[in-house]
Design a protein around this ligand. Structure first.
Ligand code: GDP
Ligand code: CA
Length: 326
C-alpha cells in the first residue's frame, strides 16, 4: 500500500505518528508492505539571522524522530537557549520567533547545504537521515514560497510574513487576505508528483486547511494530482473551534466558517472523497455533505494509540472508497 499525506506542523506530525503506528501494527499488511510519503508545507518558512528555518518540516521531523518538545508540540526536547540569550544581548530584534540551541543546529546545517547549492528537498533528506522517521518527507516545492497575510492594522493595510502575523501578533490583527508569495512560479519538489501518481490514496491530517493544506495545494499541478486520487481527510475543527491554534482566524480570512462541515465544503467534492468528523459533529455525518462520504468518531489525538485508531479509520475509509470505484 502506498499512502501520501499532505502535512503542516503539529496537527500533521501527530497524525503521522499515529499513522506510522497503525501501519506497524499490521493495518495494510505491516510496515514492509506500506510506504508513506509526506508532502510537507514550506509556506511557513522564514529566514532569520541569515538561517533558513522550515518550521513545519522540522516539526514533522522532530515529532517522528522522538526529538520534539512534546509540551509545546514544536522545537526540540531538552532544549537550551544560550544562543538566544546572546542574540538578545546583541540587541537582536527577531527574538519573537523562539529558536533553541539544538534547533539552531538544524537551521545551520540546512542553510549550509542550501548555500552549497543543494535544493531544499536534498537538504531535507540529508537532515532526516539522522532521525528514524519510518517514512519519506518531501517539501512541497524546492522553490521559495512564503505565506503572507494582508492585515488591517488600525485601518492601515499591511503585508506581513505569516510568522510575523501568527507568532508575533498571535493572529490578533484581522486578516484581509492570505496568499502564497511565489506560489504561482513554484513547481512540486522532485518525487512529489511521482509519489502521488503511485499512491493508492491520499490522507489529509487535521492540519490547518488554509495555511498548511491550502498552501501545499496552491503549488501549480499539486491540487490536480491530489484530486485525481481518492482523498480522505480528518477534520481539524471539532465543534466550532480548532482543537489547537488559531485556524479560525485563517478560515475567517478566506470567508469560510469554522466548522467541520464548512471545511469539507471548502475542500469540495472534486478534491475530497471521505471526511472524518468528531462525534460532537455527528450531525454532519448524519445529514451528509454533497459528494463526500462522512463518518464520525472521536478525533482528539490524545496519544499515539488514540491517533492510530483515527488513522486506521481513515485508511479503512480510503480503501473502501478505492474498492467501490474499481
Ligand atoms: P501547524 O502548522 O503547527 O499549525 O500544524 P498543522 O497545520 O499541521 O495543524 C494545526 C491544526 O491541528 C489546528 O487547526 C488544530 O485544530 C489541529 N489539531 C491539533 N490537535 C488536534 C487533535 O487532537 N485533533 C484534531 N482533530 N485536530 C487537531
Ligand atoms: Ca505551520
Amino acid at each position: 500500500m502506498r499512502i501520501v499525506v499532505l502535512a503542516g506542523g503539529i496537527g500533521g506530525a501527530r497524525f503521522l505518528r499515529g499513522l506510522r503506528k497503525a501501519v506497524a501494527d499490521g493495518t495494510g499488511g505491516g510496515p514492509d508492505a506500506t510506504t508513506i510519503t509526506v508532502v510537507g508545507n514550506t509556506g511557513d518558512d522564514i529566514t532569520l539571522f541569515g538561517l533558513r528555518v522550515c518550521p513545519d518540516l522540522d516539526t514533522v521531523m522532530y515529532t517522528l524522530g522522538d526529538g520534539i518538545n512534546t509540551t509545546n508540540g514544536w522545537g526540540r526536547a531538552d532544549e537550551t537557549f544560550t544562543i538566544r540569550e546572546e542574540l538578545a544581548a546583541h540587541g537582536q530584534e527577531s527574538l519573537w520567533f523562539t529558536l533553541g540551541d539544538r534547533d539552531f543546529a538544524t537551521h545551520i546545517m540546512r542553510t549550509a547545504m542550501l548555500n552549497e547549492g543543494l535544493p531544499l528537498s536534498a537538504a531535507t533528506e540529508s537532515l532526516c537521515r539522522r532521525w528514524d522517521l519510518g517514512m519519506r518527507l518531501l517539501p512541497m516545492t524546492d522553490d521559495p514560497v512564503e505565506t503572507h497575510v494582508v492585515v488591517d492594522d488600525d485601518g492601515t493595510e499591511r503585508d506581513l510574513h505569516f510568522q510575523e502575523w501568527w507568532v508575533r501578533h498571535r493572529a490578533a490583527l484581522p486578516a484581509r487576505a492570505i496568499y502564497g508569495a511565489g506560489a504561482e512560479a513554484a513547481a512540486p519538489a522532485p518525487g512529489v508528483l511521482e509519489a502521488l501518481e503511485e499512491a493508492d490514496f491520499v490522507l489529509l491530517p487535521p492540519s490547518n486547511p488554509v495555511v498548511s493544506v491550502g498552501t501545499i495545494l496552491s503549488v501549480p499541478g499539486l491540487r490536480e494530482a491530489v484530486a485525481a486520487k481518492t482523498v480522505v481527510g480528518v477534520s481539524p475543527i471539532i465543534g466550532a473551534a480548532p482543537v489547537r491554534g488559531m485556524a479560525d482566524a485563517c478560515l475567517a480570512a478566506i470567508g469560510v466558517e469554522t466548522s467541520a462541515r464548512a471545511v469539507a465544503e471548502h475542500y469540495g467534492p472534486d478534491l475530497l472523497d471521505g471526511w472524518l468528523v468528531d462525534t460532537v459533529d455527528a450531525e454532519v455525518a448524519a445529514s451528509g455533505v454533497t459528494g463526500i462520504s462522512v463518518r464520525s468518531r472521536p478525533l482528539y489525538m490524545t496519544d499515539d494509540d488514540a491517533t492510530a485508531d483515527i488513522a486506521r479509520e481513515a485508511i479503512a475509509m480510503a480503501r473502501k472508497i478505492v474498492g467501490a470505484a474499481r
